[in-house]
Design a binder for this molecule. Structure first.
Ligand SMILES: [Zn+2]
Length: 463
């Protein structure tokens, strides 16, 4: 069956030939035709189409461009940690073609009227397309009333704070206001769901962490469990759509899956680092693996993997949150939480999948990756009219991935401004060989070459 509607011998801008395309119908042996930045045809082998540029990717898979809906590119105000030129190169090298940036910058993005100004800061600096989560605070909740889908379709709420997250909704009445508002406007709430009150109680009763292994004791699972329970109650009451970020414990997974099965509009994110590391790694790596929420036990990690492999987790996100080496090596209590990860996310998760299920076909794991890192985030964040699947008519955002190309991560491979990775020394099971954004090759691994920084602000109305 030939799904090409164009005349035979038609000449396309770009043909990606010989690959195994990960499409909504499964993995297909088709060539992909690209014109004007869009996928225009999926061609069965033996077609007669030609193109101005042909890229033979025989032996590789072609994934839809990945959407990392959780990055902190630190602009403005914290650009000594990360900026858009570095962050978007790291994204492209990791197969990510769209990012959604978090609002806890300096100043933070708390006002819908400031979104276009923020986009101006990024214009001409990003290799990848982008969007913003709007932030909020007790003082600025009222400003959300002016929010339109053009500004943002999601609002980030921190229920607990940390070094780079000072704007926190602590009080039950503020949280109720936010949930009621979001339900009325069909806005998605994305939540850092840890209970500030739990941590305040523990801080008042005990000394701050003195050793790296004390992170988990100072910010235990009870904080996440209490906050997730609060969120589920608020979703029950208001019908608000909520997406819980960086879920870390088995209990949270259990509660959230139960809430989903009961029909509540609630979903959750798993991060590369909670899937890749355990408390034993934190004890060994120290400040590198200081994270918020904390890295937890091997049993918790297995619960996260079970949710991912069964398809019951919503999305994967990197929570790419770089800090400099100097910041990370401050005293144990002062070292800020967060690690880079947008470049490592897809390959680290794929590597974990291969290690856990070496007998399963790579096709199955790449379908799961495309589901969690492309199709679902596109739908959740209002981008599915352009992004998230390899389908004629959508943007030609594509990743050439060699599922059988082991390689070792070294500092020389990294593109984040922070210059370090918790994955250094890891042997990855597969590799991103090329990334295409709207028809342009923005990362060519063999040549070590990037494309042009013409990423655009995505708009839910804009075709
Ligand atoms: Zn984050």
């Amino acid at each position: 069956m030939i799904s090409d509607t164009s005349p035979p011998r038609s000449r396309h801008d770009l043909l990606i030939t010989g690959g195994r395309a990960v499409t909504p119908e499964g993995v297909r042996e088709v060539d992909i035709a690209v014109d004007g930045g869009k996928v225009t045809a999926l061609l069965e082998r033996g077609h007669r189409a030609t193109a101005a540029h042909v890229r033979d990717v025989t032996g590789c898979h072609v994934l839809p461009g990945l959407i990392d809906s959780h990055v902190h590119f630190r602009t403005p105000g914290l650009t000594h940690k990360e900026d858009w030129p570095h962050g978007s190169r790291a994204a492209a090298a990791g197969g990510v073609t769209t990012v959604i940036d978090m609002p806890n910058t300096q100043p933070p993005l708390l006002d819908p009227a400031k979104v276009s100004e923020r986009a101006e800061l990024v214009a001409g600096r990003s290799l990848v397309d982008f969007r913003f989560h709007l932030g909020t605070s007790p003082e600025t909740l009222d400003r959300l009333k002016a929010l339109t889908p053009q500004d943002a379709t999601s609002v980030k709420i921190f229920m607990a704070g940390h070094h780079t997250a000072p704007n926190v909704l602590r009080s039950p009445s503020d949280l109720r206001r936010a949930f009621e508002f979001a339900a009325g406007q069909s806005v998605l709430l994305v939540l850092h769901a840890e209970a500030d009150a739990v941590f305040a109680l523990l801080d008042a009763a005990g000394a701050p962490p003195a050793q790296y292994r004390d992170y988990e004791r100072a910010r235990p699972r009870s904080g996440g469990i209490v906050a997730v329970t609060q969120v589920i109650e608020l979703v029950q009451r208001y019908g608000t759509h909520a997406h819980i970020l960086h879920v870390s414990s088995a209990e949270e997974v259990q509660l959230l899956i139960a809430a989903r099965r009961s029909g509540l509009p609630i979903s959750f994110e798993l991060t590369g680092h909670h899937l890749s590391f355990t408390a034993a790694d934190s004890a060994r790596q120290g400040a590198r693996l200081r994270l918020s929420p904390s890295i937890r036990s091997a049993e918790d990690q297995e619960a996260l993997w079970a949710a991912l492999l069964s398809g019951e987790a919503g999305t994967l996100g990197s929570d790419h949150a770089p800090h400099t080496v100097e910041e990370k090596t401050r005293g144990v209590a002062q070292a800020p939480p967060g690690i880079p990860g947008v470049q490592e996310l897809a390959t680290a998760v794929f590597t974990g999948m291969r290690r856990r299920q070496p007998e399963a076909p790579a096709d199955r794991h790449l379908v799961l990756l495309a589901e969690h890192l492309a199709r679902r985030p596109a739908e959740l964040f209002g981008l599915a009219h352009r992004k998230g699947s390899i389908v004629p008519g959508l943007d030609a955002d594509l990743v050439v991935f060699d599922a059988d190309r082991p390689w070792m991560v070294t500092a020389a491979d990294l593109h984040t401004k922070a210059g370090w990775s918790a994955y250094e020394g890891w042997t990855m099971a597969g590799r991103v060989l090329a990334t295409v954004r709207r028809g342009e090759v923005i990362w060519d691994q063999a040549e070590g070459r990037f494309g042009s920084p013409v990423g655009v602000l995505l708009n839910p109305d804009c075709p």
